[in-house]
Design a protein around this ligand. Structure first.
Ligand SMILES: [Zn+2]
Ligand SMILES: [Zn+2]
Length: 304
């Protein structure tokens, strides 16, 4: 089988950690842009996108050689089969997306197209939180991926994980990536953890510039996590081998009853190998630790 995978572990460059979905006081977030930048920088992040609802927050002046701000915006339009708005995040847009936010008559495809015209990439936000089904998203074209994990959707209502939505789209033939993001709002209530600096992508890029980071993201040269580390992915002949930080489970998730989950019941795992059976159209890796925190690779796509 032919494997199609831009392997970040075989690409030149350095690793850069970032969060692509954040709200500031300019929409419904509870931290200023400056507070967010300080917090993410002090927590070891290298880049951040502030994606306020319906407006482009100007963060250009805050970029430094060691901390990159990518201009972003979130637009909620249209109506799913369940009657909910569809949230689309645009990253690295060179201007505000010229549509009305919260427009039930709006078309998410137009939003995606406009994001691309503005030089950005579009991501379908938190499908599980939005209650989206496959029909709601399978007709959309030109977006780079879906949020496989969203911290605030997890902490607020336990609908942060959209791995099933991602898999349904992959099984339908879409070649899309997954993104772990915070969607940080910093709302306050009892038993609601701070939703900033919890989930991220680790990008392999030549340097910490907007062009290099976006170039790598568009090629899928990154992995997502809210805890564990993926240390290496090796692809040879019909095998996929992964090394990770110590975890409880390493899964190879695929289509049609294929794939494999490995669980250490008493100790930990830090590597696993999957041998292709020949009918996979994709295989992606998930590694989860004892606390249930997870790292997600992008899919390896397969052709006969
Ligand atoms: Zn949203
Ligand atoms: Zn959001």
């Amino acid at each position: 089988m032919r494997m199609i995978f831009n392997n970040p572990f075989r690409a030149e460059g350095k690793w850069f950690k970032g969060n692509l979905h954040t709200h500031s006081l300019n929409s419904d977030g509870h931290r200023s842009v400056e507070q967010l930048v300080t917090r993410y920088k002090d927590t070891g992040y290298d880049f951040l996108s502030i994606t306020d609802h319906g407006k482009l927050t100007d963060t250009r002046k805050l970029s430094t050689p060691s901390f990159l701000l990518l201009p972003g915006e979130e637009i909620c339009v249209g109506s799913s089969e369940g009657g909910r708005l569809i949230h689309i995040v645009g990253i690295n847009i060179q201007g505000q997306i010229p549509v009305n936010d919260l427009d039930k008559e709006g078309d998410p495809q137009i939003v995606i197209d406009l994001i691309r015209e503005l030089g950005g990439v579009a991501v379908v936000a938190h499908p599980y939180w939005s209650g989206l089904n496959l029909n709601d998203v399978k007709g959309l074209k030109g977006y780079l991926g879906v949020e496989v994990y969203n911290s605030t959707c997890d902490f607020a209502i336990n609908r942060g994980l959209s791995n099933v939505h991602w898999d349904n789209l992959l099984v339908s033939g879409k070649r899309i990536y997954g993104f772990a993001v915070d969607d940080a709002h910093n709302m306050k209530r009892k038993y609601l953890p701070d939703d900033s600096c919890c989930a991220w992508i680790n990008v392999k890029a030549e340097s910490l510039t907007g062009d290099d980071i976006m170039n790598s993201i568009q090629k899928g040269l990154y992995y997502s996590s809210n805890g564990p580390e993926i240390k290496d992915i090796e692809i040879k002949q019909d095998q996929i081998k992964v090394s990770t930080s110590p975890v409880r489970t390493i899964s190879f998730v695929s289509n049609g009853g294929l794939g494999q989950k490995n669980t250490s019941e008493t100790g930990y795992l830090d590597e696993a190998v999957y041998s292709l059976k020949g009918r996979e159209i994709y295989v992606r890796i998930e590694a989860s630790d004892q606390k249930g925190l997870t790292a997600w690779s992008n899919p390896v796509f397969l052709e006969p």
